[in-house]
Ligand binder design. Structure first.
Ligand code: FE
Ligand code: FE
Ligand code: ZN
Length: 292
């Protein structure tokens, strides 16, 4: 039963194997779900997709009983619908529409988006610009791809740092294809006590509704609760701790929601190594061990 819980990590999408390479990397960790960026997360330079590669990647997913809806995509970080600069808002919309189309072309369903940062603008104005931007892009993209708003840590002038701020956006989006991606590190650093999962989910149900949760980013945090710095840590090495993260992994109300690790690579013998195979094994066995 626990073997079937959805757990995976973010993986590369890069030359030369692209989507097929992402699936193979995930399988090497024992994952049954995953998250990709369709290019470098820091920029919006995107190579045209190869339909043959996409087709073969889907065959590989099918062979391994991974549903396409459990392969989620993360939008590039530099999209900022709430920027005070009209040029940045415009280019962000252009990129977001392009990204929604790419997710569709990849045969996938969910695109995770950081709501935005308002810099020195008023937070209400920033929120309204996010709402307008999302409505515009979902209409223009005109496909079945959903936007999942990620809960943010509150670093700088980020918006969407508590359930009310996410609710204020969702309430005014004119489409059903809107959901939420909860990030455990971000919630903790924004000041939410996430140690009692059921209590957090009860609050979420009252504010937004649990059915909106379509993805979880499962990360430990380098910082104390409320630090608002956004520093991810490996499971059990940070301030949230393995037990709490395990409770998020197994919670019954989130049984169909893919859990994605975005924890950092670690150094060993001068090599930078991915922690995901170990972290997945620890969760499946409900037992933490020092893998570093
Ligand atoms: Fe993110
Ligand atoms: Fe995240
Ligand atoms: Zn983060």
């Amino acid at each position: 039963m626990k073997k079937d819980l959805l757990i995976g990590s973010h993986v590369a999408f890069k030359a030369k194997d692209y989507f097929i390479g992402s699936v193979n990397e995930s399988l090497s960790y024992g994952s049954n779900c995953m998250m990709i960026y369709t290019g470098a997360p820091q920029n919006t330079i995107r190579k045209p997709l190869d339909p043959e590669n996409t087709k073969q990647a889907h065959e590989l997913l099918k062979k391994n009983l991974i549903k396409p809806e459990n392969v989620i995509v993360h939008a590039p970080y530099i999209i900022n619908l709430a920027s005070g600069k009209p040029d940045t808002r415009e280019s962000s919309k252009t990129f977001l529409i392009q990204e929604l189309r790419r997710v569709n072309e990849l045969g996938l369903k969910y695109l995770v988006l950081h709501p935005g940062s308002c810099l020195d603008q008023d937070r209400n104005l920033g929120t309204q610009q996010i709402i307008d931007g999302i409505n515009y892009c979902l209409e223009k993209a005109n496909n079945d791809v959903w936007i999942l708003l990620e809960t943010m840590s509150g670093k700088g002038s980020e918006l969407g740092i508590n359930f009310n701020e996410i609710k204020n956006i969702i309430d005014k989006v004119n489409f059903d294809k809107i959901g939420v991606c909860l990030d455990t590190c971000h919630m903790h650093e924004s000041g939410i006590d996430i140690s009692n999962v059921d209590k957090v989910l009860t609050d979420f149900e009252k504010t937004i509704g649990i059915k909106y949760i379509k993805a979880i980013h499962l990360n430990d945090s380098k910082n104390e609760i409320g630090a608002r710095k956004d520093r991810h840590e490996n499971l059990g090495y940070g301030n949230i701790g393995f037990e709490v993260l395990y409770n998020w992994y197994v919670n019954e109300k989130l049984i169909n929601v893919p859990k994605i690790l975005e924890t950092p690579y670690y150094e060993k013998e001068n090599k930078s190594l991915p922690p995901y195979k170990d972290e997945i094994e620890m969760l499946r066995n409900k037992k933490w061990y020092n893998f570093k």
